[in-house]
Design a protein around this ligand. Sequence first.
Ligand code: FNR
Length: 367
Amino acid sequence: RMPSLEACYNLMDFEAVARQVMKKTAWAYYSSGADDEITMRENHAAFHKIWFRPRILVDVEHIDMSTTMLGTKCSIPFYVTATALGKLGHPEGEVVLTRASHQHDVIQMIPTLASCSFDEILDAKQGDQVQWLQLYVNKDREITRKIVEHAEKRGCKGLFITVDAPQLGRREKDMRSKFSDPGSNVQSGGDNIDRSQGAARAISSFIDPALSWKDIPWFKSITNMPIVLKGVQCVEDVLRAVEAGCDGVVLSNHGGRQLETARSGIEVLAEVMPALRERGWEKRIEIFVDGGVRRATDIIKALCLGATGIGIGRPFLYAMSAYGLDGVDRAMQLLKDEMEMNMRLIGATSIAELNPSLIDTRGLLGG
Ligand code: FNR
């Protein structure tokens, strides 16, 4: 029997319910990682190598969790990252995430491979809600140009170009499940879909493996949205992104779905921030991180290291698949409650107060 929503006390609880209630093919697509799923597991485990150094006797009666990402305000420094094929989990798809994001004043990243059309997701936006666009770059650049221009015209506030997927990783669970119906209106895929290799591979054949640093000026020429590279995995490429004039990077390994035994985003963050500070570049670029974030303590650790924003993927998909809008609403509220409590226990009253002296990273950096 399905547990009630009130019995979910943390993000892992939603995963357990989703696993029970989701269709096998949908579960396989959402939950899978590349190869042996070592990176996928490490994404979460890496957070456990960081410990807190809380400060006592700080007046923590009032906690302000609000922050600014790419120039727009939001209630809390996590965002809903782009995850394809929302209708595998819920008949209404990505717009469920849009509504929950609005309720919580959280930013949503719209995936190129959404099940809903872009306009459905853009139309679901309420008030001054903020959305970003995740872009898979098509071999046909005119298709890409149209998507970008349309997103900007419809008010998207950031362009996240995925750079870790020139070819889709092998997610064997997904491949085995022989996905047959993406339930989707996939927007850039073309019609001759090969369904024998799992959902991911079926929908991604249009992605341009020739995309390179040389293309960045073109993106800057076609949009005024801030440009963020999603899937950067070492300090050298972060420095190069600064030099190329990018506004941000997401330190991410695509939720462990691409290169197996890639490092966790949080470990890369620990490598990146000192190098930026050494050069005085930490204000020139915003550093986002995703992968394995399941607790507010994970979020706080990334913020202490210097991240601007933290992306969360699967947990919101699972909450949506299990309980629809109410599930995502509760998942976000649980995170907010955890975050407020833990900031109090650490002795920080605002996001700006989170800094490296509040964490011990020896376990992460030492081995
Ligand atoms: C993703 N991710 C992803 N990223 C992207 O740039 N474009 C995409 O279409 C997708 N699709 C996608 C589908 C599913 C089912 C998952 C789980 C992930 C990667 C995503 O944006 C993010 O990097 C990870 O999901 C973060 O890890 P967690 O939070 O899922 O552990």
